[in-house]
Design a protein around this ligand. Structure first.
Ligand code: SF4
Length: 328
């Protein structure tokens, strides 16, 4: 495992696993995240994509320590945050924040926006007056009217509520923001506004993003590099241009073949790859390459030997976990 990256990482994830207890007595634990490794450089956006249930949201929650890893390491700016107690983590927590998928359900409907944005600040020791002043500034920063700070979440549209979620995440001046499907609950026109807002904030504040999504066209617009997850593992990771132009893993190829093309003529003639069946249950992953039951290229070795994530050509800015990667 080489983990292609371009600079000294702000976040390093190594062999991260998260197992949940099986649903039935004596059933095996379910590995939602199964030994993944990647880096994110400062001010970079890494897109994390995959079908529902592949472990991408669990990965995001592990990084901000809303979940406790089963094993592996998380290093943020030289600090081993994977093994710190919640108390020891407190001084670092302000640097690691999260934006959630459904803005309305992630905001407390009984609290004013001022309170919602102020809470993380007051937890870090700000006075009520300082926190309220900062809440107004953050409203303005995310394109909302500061005077609306005493309103309640239901008085805002979905897009405005997501701006509030972003303002709350930025309250403590984080360096790393994990955005978990931040636009998938929004109308397409509003999605573009939120994506543009996040890009502007990244430029102005030097933010580093882990951008989690199932929509590859959204990820293409925002990320520098992309990691593709399948059944708890990363199957392809690398520079966006490389992965989107020439996907090497059959799963990445299938996902990208379903993304609509803007040119109608190209859309009519493009090859679509249809995957067989649904993803297997993480409670009973197939042996060997876990993608083999759905893979159009599967051969005997795929059913017995799990492929390692590796560079497929010298100087290649991406890694692939496949015995027969495209273009190798
Ligand atoms: Fe398909 Fe085999 Fe590659 Fe897995 S290792 S993706 S089954 S070709």
């Amino acid at each position: 495992m080489t983990t292609v990256t371009t600079a000294e990482p702000l976040l390093s994830v190594r062999d991260l696993t998260m197992s949940f207890p099986g649903t039935r007595a004596r059933s095996a634990p379910v590995r939602a995240v199964d030994g993944i490794s990647f880096d994110i450089a400062p001010a970079e956006t890494l897109g994390l994509v995959g079908e529902s249930g592949c472990g991408k949201s669990t990965t995001g929650r592990l990084i901000v320590r809303l979940l406790e890893p089963t094993s592996g390491s998380l290093t943020y700016d030289g600090h081993d945050i994977g093994h710190l107690s919640q108390r020891a983590l407190k001084p670092l927590r302000k640097h690691l924040q999260m934006v959630f998928q459904d803005p309305h359900s992630s905001l407390n409907p009984r609290q004013t926006v001022a309170r919602i944005i102020s809470d993380p600040l007051m937890a870090q020791g700000s006075s009520a007056a300082q926190a309220r002043k900062r809440a107004g500034e953050l409203m303005e920063l995310v394109g909302l009217i500061p005077e609306h700070v005493d309103r309640y979440p239901h008085e805002f549209s979905g897009g405005q509520a997501q701006r509030i979620g972003i303002a709350r995440a930025l309250a403590t001046n984080p360096r790393l923001v994990v955005a978990d499907e931040p636009v998938s609950a929004l109308d397409v026109s509003v999605q573009a506004q939120i994506v543009n807002l996040m890009a502007r904030l990244q430029r102005e504040l030097g933010l580093t993003y882990l951008f989690i999504a199932h929509d590859l066209s959204v990820v293409k617009r925002v990320c520098d590099r992309v990691a593709v997850m399948y059944l708890g593992r990363i199957v392809e990771i690398g520079d966006k241009e490389r992965v989107y132009a020439a996907p090497a893993h059959p799963y990445t190829r299938a996902l990208l073949s379903a993304v609509p093309l803007p040119d109608p003529a190209a859309e009519r003639t493009r090859e679509r790859i249809t995957l067989l069946g649904d993803p297997p249950s993480p409670a009973a992953p197939p042996p060997g390459c876990t993608f083999h039951p759905r893979c159009p290229k599967a051969q005997d070795i795929c059913r017995s030997e799990a492929p390692l994530l590796r560079i497929t050509a010298p100087g290649e800015a991406r890694e692939v976990a496949c015995h027969f990667p495209e273009g190798a």
